[in-house]
Design a protein around this ligand. Structure first.
Ligand code: NAG
Ligand code: NAG
Ligand code: NAG
Ligand code: NAG
Ligand code: NAG
Length: 425
């Protein structure tokens, strides 16, 4: 408790000293301490640089800056270190891997030259009346055009007319100057031709005034694929004519893993079918579907189906994974085989033997350590045995529990570490 107070006091002193020092310095250069406001959307990536938000460079990855800049959080009482779990300091900026409402608040940064004050407001995803927060991921095809709309602008009562765009660290205006064929119309950035090198994080900033001028910032991750490939899905598992083991009467999960190439109109279908020996085919009940991995617009999807109880008919049947996209369909077939008899018989023999050994072992241990077990039970039983009761029964043994070795010759080293017993008789 006192330590906490002490820490708060120290923080306050440090903050005051730095504030006064900074203020003095500011007065020297006759400028005022300005607060830059940022608005971020919960659940998104976000960056905040130790510089004015209006530079032509969004950030600087220089390692020397990373070493010379100190970031602190100011919570109205004192300065705190930055939550390092989801905030990473890199170059001259803080990178929020997933900005959350708890990150809202005041931040201070000190570089050798500057001392800046930021206020971060984190907008919750829901409960604000805003239905469309926009896309923070888009995929383009090389050689074609690309259009990125600054996400979430419609959520503001006075939508911005001007948006500042950055690709990586450089402003779109800078890129225009070096001859990049792009166009900014309102809140939209148009890339006339998309190159593979456009795989980058684009950032859009706009001003929003309410009391102070906020910079509303959103990051858009752009993926670029070589072309929209008219490819069939590819079944990664099961491979053709695969055989899996199953046990009669036990449940069995069938897994199908399919890779789909990028398509703008993406409507994948994956299902498991069972073909019985008599020629009839049925669709299995699907268990769960999981999107594993996404890169360059490619997606790997895992679809499982569950057989509640494997029966003889399942062993005679074949199972087909069917995958389809707009280009067509592919299938792969799997059969079930009963687990080898020998293995099952071995289990039938081994299991009782193992149980017998365990039981025998346990009873030997109980025999050997009967006394200790008795004492331990006494020590840990919830009720108290009064000393008077113990005295009247004239117990042969007194025990004590000590974390350190008891320094008498009559002590016996007990196998349970930290417990020492003294025999009285
Ligand atoms: C980034 O910071 C380094 C070190 O301060 C500086 O030399 C470099 O010019 C900066 N880069 C840009 C693009 O401002
Ligand atoms: C708001 O979103 C959070 C997660 O982002 C969710 O846990 C919560 O249930 C949502 N609340 C409403 C009212 O939808
Ligand atoms: C936002 O406001 C700042 C300061 O008033 C100004 O310098 C900047 O150009 C504005 N940005 C936009 C996109 O209007
Ligand atoms: C084939 O066998 C399955 C499973 O035993 C059964 O459900 C189905 O009705 C049979 N179909 C025909 C045409 O006999
Ligand atoms: C799967 O593709 C084949 C041609 O490869 C087609 O004949 C069949 O109708 C397709 N199946 C479904 C269910 O779309």
């Amino acid at each position: 408790m006192y330590c906490d107070l002490f820490l708060v006091a120290v923080n306050l002193l440090v903050f005051l000293a730095e504030y006064l020092y900074g203020f003095q310095k500011d007065k020297d250069v006759s400028s005022q301490l300005h607060i830059y406001g940022y608005k971020a959307l919960a659940g998104e990536k976000f960056i905040m640089q130790c510089a004015s938000p209006y530079h032509s460079h969004l950030f600087n990855l220089s390692e020397s800056l990373e070493k010379s800049i100190t970031w602190l959080r100011y919570d109205g009482v004192g300065v705190l270190p930055i939550d390092s779990e989801s905030i990473v300091q890199q170059g001259n900026f803080l990178k929020f891997t997933n900005v959350e409402e708890k990150h809202a608040g005041d931040y201070l940064c000190y570089s050798g030259k500057e001392r800046l004050h930021f206020r971060l407001d984190v907008i919750p995803r829901n409960g604000t009346g805003c239905k469309d927060h926009g896309d923070s991921q888009v995929t383009f095809i090389t050689g074609k055009g690309g259009r990125i709309s600054c996400p979430g602008v419609s959520c503001y009562t006075s939508p911005p007319e001007v948006v500042t765009w950055y690709k990586g660290d450089r402003s779109a205006k800078d890129l225009l100057l070096v001859g990049r064929d792009l166009k900014i119309t309102g809140t939209v950035l148009l890339l006339k031709t998309v190159y593979l090198s456009d795989k980058a994080v684009f950032t859009c900033d706009f001003n929003y005034t309410d009391g102070i001028t906020w910079t509303v910032r959103r990051l858009v991750e752009v993926a670029v694929v070589a072309e929209e490939r008219e490819l069939l899905p590819q079944i990664l598992y099961p491979y053709k004519n695969c055989i899996e083991e199953a046990e009669l009467g036990k449940p069995k999960i069938l897994t199908c893993k399919v890779q789909f190439a990028f398509q703008r109109e993406f409507k994948p279908v994956i299902k498991w079918l069972i073909s019985y020996h008599n020629g009839s085919e049925e669709e299995l009940e699907m268990d769960y579907c999981h999107e594993d991995h996404k890169s360059f617009g490619e997606k790997t999807i895992t679809q499982t189906a569950r057989l509640q109880q494997v029966n003889i008919r399942h062993l005679a049947a074949s199972f087909t994974c069917f995958a389809q996209n707009s280009r067509g369909n592919v299938t792969s077939t799997l059969r079930l085989t009963r687990r080898p008899e020998a293995l099952q018989r071995l289990e039938v023999i081994i299991a009782p033997v193992v149980v017998l050994i365990l039981v025998t072992g346990a009873s030997v241990v109980v025999q050997l350590y009967r006394m200790e077990i008795f004492l331990l039970c006494r020590a840990y039983l919830p009720f108290q045995v009064s000393t008077a009761e113990l005295a009247s029964n004239n117990p042969p043994i007194v025990f004590l529990i000590s974390p350190r070795p008891y320094p008498t010759t009559s002590s016996i080293n007990h196998p349970y570490a930290g417990f020492w017993f003294i025999l009285r008789n």
